[in-house]
Design a protein around this ligand. Structure first.
Ligand code: HPA
Ligand code: ZN
Length: 374
């Protein structure tokens, strides 16, 4: 919990999360429990660390690839649909306590199929948890199928075709009742994650072209460790509609690219899904103070604040909001603007956006009076 006067407001502020990897919410406790249930030996940090040792190791990542080594090993504990359901249920319950109202949740099917776990198994578990979150917690959600950029692009295309042909993106499979158009698709979009360098955007034109042709929404990680040019190329070559991280669009050092890129992001209302605690843990930034929050606000870039891999990076969405508040001391009205920007960049129906926007207005109105800001 942060020590700022705004903490109680930040807790209740209605939130949208767009950048979280569900496998990255696998807390060590559940990891060990599922590994024991499924008889999986975990070769982590010297063959059998305790919870505390593992958490300590998570504080010492040297970069993205160091983290990913742990991330891929830990997810080997996820085997059947009920494991994925429990994982996602735990996330949604924590998100609800932080007043997340809409969550866009990424997952990595290739990291599971490599271990013999079918796409349908993963989707079955995640879908059950999403439906319960909607019913019991009032959280709407979207599932984003990510392709791993360290694997051959043709395998990503094959995964996309498998999902498309199974009807997961909607449209192509009829259940005989002729009501497909009314249904929300199981999958709401595609993404691209894993090691950024040296896997540039031009490798993914076929995949993203196929997704665009099928009317599927498209986001992609870019500019986390890779250069700002990867962000430009993700927009130009892949027709990505939003950018996960995109941090390097705002950091000094890529002169000649960043200024025009920022103008373009603003002009085209491309949302950056930023993750400050992740950036610090993966050493993309030295500290939260270096997060370019003021530049983003001053330029009018659309962005949201997210947890990325909350079990690994020291917190969920609220802890990310709090870290920024401690570093930058924003006003209630500034947070209201950030929360509303996140709603506007969400992949949900307009009606849902209006609902959340009005919740934000009510909470911000109440707290700006409470904190004497008006
Ligand atoms: N970056 C890239 N790939 C990922 C991440 C990340 O932060 N988390 C999980 N997969
Ligand atoms: Zn990510």
């Amino acid at each position: 919990m942060c020590q700022t006067a705004l903490h109680p407001f930040l807790e209740v502020l209605p939130k949208c999360e767009h950048h979280m990897h569900i496998e990255g919410s696998l807390e060590p406790e559940l990891l060990f429990e599922l590994a024991a249930k499924n008889g999986i030996a975990l070769p982590l940090a010297g063959g059998g660390p305790g919870l505390r040792a593992l958490r300590k190791r998570y504080e010492a990542f040297t970069g993205l690839d160091d983290f990913l080594g742990y991330y891929y090993v830990a997810m080997s504990a996820l085997v059947d649909a009920s494991d994925f359901e429990r994982l996602a249920e735990a996330y949604f319950r924590r998100a609800a306590r932080q007043n997340v109202r809409h969550a866009e949740v990424s997952f990595d099917p290739q990291a599971h199929s490599a271990r013999g776990v079918a796409l349908s198994t993963v989707i079955e578990g995640l879908t059950a948890a999403r439906e319960r979150a909607k019913r019991e917690l009032g959280i709407s959600s979207v599932l984003i199928m990510c392709v791993l950029r360290h694997l051959p692009p043709a395998e990503g295309v094959a995964l996309f075709e498998e999902a498309r042909d199974a009807g997961y993106f909607g449209g192509s499979v009829s259940d005989g009742k002729n009501d497909d158009k009314e249904k929300e698709p199981v999958l709401g979009g595609i993404g691209l994650d894993s090691s950024e360098k040296p896997f540039p955007p031009e490798l993914w034109t076929e995949l993203y072209g196929a997704a665009k042709k099928a009317g599927v929404r498209r986001t992609a990680h870019a500019g986390e460790e890779g250069p700002a040019q990867y962000i430009v190329d993700s927009l130009d070559m892949m027709d990505a509609q939003r950018i996960d991280h995109g941090l390097r669009s705002v950091l000094a050092g890529d002169e000649g690219v960043t200024d025009a890129l920022l103008a373009r992001l603003v002009d085209q209302k491309v949302m950056l899904t930023l993750c400050p605690l992740s950036n610090v843990r993966l050493r993309c930034l030295e500290s939260v103070q270096d997060f370019p929050l003021r530049q983003l606000l001053d330029r009018g870039v659309r962005f949201s604040i997210n947890s990325d891999d909350p079990a690994y990076f020291g917190g969920y969405i609220l802890e990310n909001y709090c870290a920024l508040q401690e570093a930058f001391g924003l006003s209630v009205r500034e947070w209201e603007g950030i929360a509303k920007g996140a709603v506007m960049g969400s992949w949900c129906a307009d009606r849902r956006k209006w609902e959340i926007l009005s919740e934000i207005e009510a909470v911000a109105g109440e707290w700006s009076v409470e904190l004497g800001e008006q």
